[in-house]
Write a protein that binds this ligand. Structure first.
Ligand code: CP
Length: 400
């Protein structure tokens, strides 16, 4: 299984890997490619995740953004403050003039790729977007394999080469959704981190989406600005999707000191490592974190309802089970009437979203929806993480 055709190139979200699966929304969870082994029957409870380690170089680690748990609270707050400093026209300054950043997209993107490329442009840097399998070689990420399959290049060489030509690398590599233990280990992100001698930015990995998390936190600071009840709710979908966004969201909102409620049907538990991180952040930052299967009760008094579909931990690697009507649970689609249980509740979603499957039209198109505010915040956050990767403090270079 090459990175571009399996874990690293899997497209379990709306973002189907065209090169590997032949088309967006191709059938089958994760868009398995020919030659992949049979879907694993891994049903293991999603236990603690190993820590993703960057190179031993502490300075390099401090400029990389791999998983949220790597950021201490000071670094988190500094990134959000820098995002505000760089918002709007204040971010259109050549703070990174002459620098170059590569993007390795092993899965499709609209917002992330655009934010990265526009942020580089705004800051005077050059962006090199690469989509392995479409314009650059398909990649293998595992060590010690005989590369006699579809992959033409190993991630070690690809990242090693890029690191000699650019000042930072962004990487998107979704969960494979076949083997829970494999996904928990963040194999592609970890392999890239080991191979890269320049800062590495996680543009969504198996179990985290730190840029989306920062943008969502920023959006909530802007729109609400005080401690509130935030419900992160599971939503139905026609395919099993990764857990990166809900995992990112609960960690982010807990770190922001909100009263976070994670609502999902039984069988859709997030990994223990994610729940533990959210609980620890809530305790440290003065909020709360609870998990419930009672969606109606969860919405009572909510200021924010954040919807996301994700696959069942119980049926990991079994797309047919996940897609069954019983598991799809259309009653969990978020509707306007759900928000009416809340307290002037806003609706949030990272996008892309399936209308009238995840959320009804009226809510998505209505005045309580913050989806465009969230997307706009991605650009502000991207500018901030690029500055951090370059070791540039925007606060020290405020326009006069
Ligand atoms: N929310 C998000 O990351 O969107 P893209 O997949 O389009 O980048």
């Amino acid at each position: 299984m090459s990175a571009a055709t399996r874990g690293a190139g899997a497209q379990p979200d709306e973002r189907a890997t065209r090169a590997a699966s032949g088309g967006r929304d191709a059938p089958g969870a994760g868009g398995r490619a020919c030659g992949d082994p049979a879907v694993g029957a891994t049903r293991a409870r999603l236990g603690p995740a190993p820590r993703v380690t960057v190179a031993t170089d502490a300075a390099l680690a401090a400029r990389s953004l791999l998983v949220q748990r790597d950021l201490d609270d000071a670094a988190w707050d500094a990134l959000l403050a820098a995002s505000e400093l760089l918002a709007g026209d204040r971010g259109r300054r050549p703070l990174l003039a002459g620098l170059r950043f590569a993007m390795l997209f092993l899965a499709p993107s609209l917002r992330t790729r655009t934010a990265f490329e526009v942020a580089c442009h705004d800051l005077g840097a050059h962006a090199v977007p690469l989509q392995p399998g479409e314009g650059s070689w398909t990649l293998e990420h595992r060590d010690g394999v005989v590369m006699d399959g579809a992959a033409a290049e190993h991630l070690r060489e690809a990242v090693g080469v890029l690191a000699r030509m650019v000042d930072g690398i962004g990487l998107r590599a979704f969960a494979g959704l076949r083997d829970a233990a494999d996904d928990l280990a963040e194999p592609v992100l970890a392999a890239a981190a080991r191979a890269s001698g320049v800062p590495l930015l996680n543009l969504e990995s198996a179990l985290d989406h730190p840029h989306q998390a920062l943008a969502d936190a920023l959006t909530l600071r802007r729109q609400v600005g005080e401690r509130c009840k935030v419900v992160v709710t599971w939503a139905p979908h026609v395919r099993p999707l990764p857990m990166a966004v809900p995992a990112a969201a609960v960690q982010a909102f807990a770190r922001e000191g909100h009263d976070v409620v994670l609502a999902h049907p039984e069988g859709f538990e997030l990994p223990d490592a994610v729940l533990d991180a959210a609980r620890a952040s809530a305790a440290r930052r003065g909020g709360t974190f609870t998990v419930t299967h009672d969606r109606e009760a969860a919405f009572e008094g909510a200021r924010v309802v954040y919807a996301k579909a994700w696959g069942s931990a119980r049926h990991y690697g079994e797309p047919a089970e996940v897609a069954s009507a019983a598991v799809r649970r259309p009653g969990w689609m978020v509707r306007e009437r759900d928000l009416q249980r809340g307290d002037r509740a806003f609706f949030m979603h990272c996008l892309p979203v399936r209308r009238n499957v995840v959320v009804e039209d009226a809510l998505l198109d209505g005045p309580r929806s913050l989806v465009f505010e969230q997307a706009a915040a991605r650009l502000d956050v991207q500018r901030a993480t690029l500055c951090r990767a370059a070791g540039v403090d925007p606060a020290s270079q405020e326009p006069s």
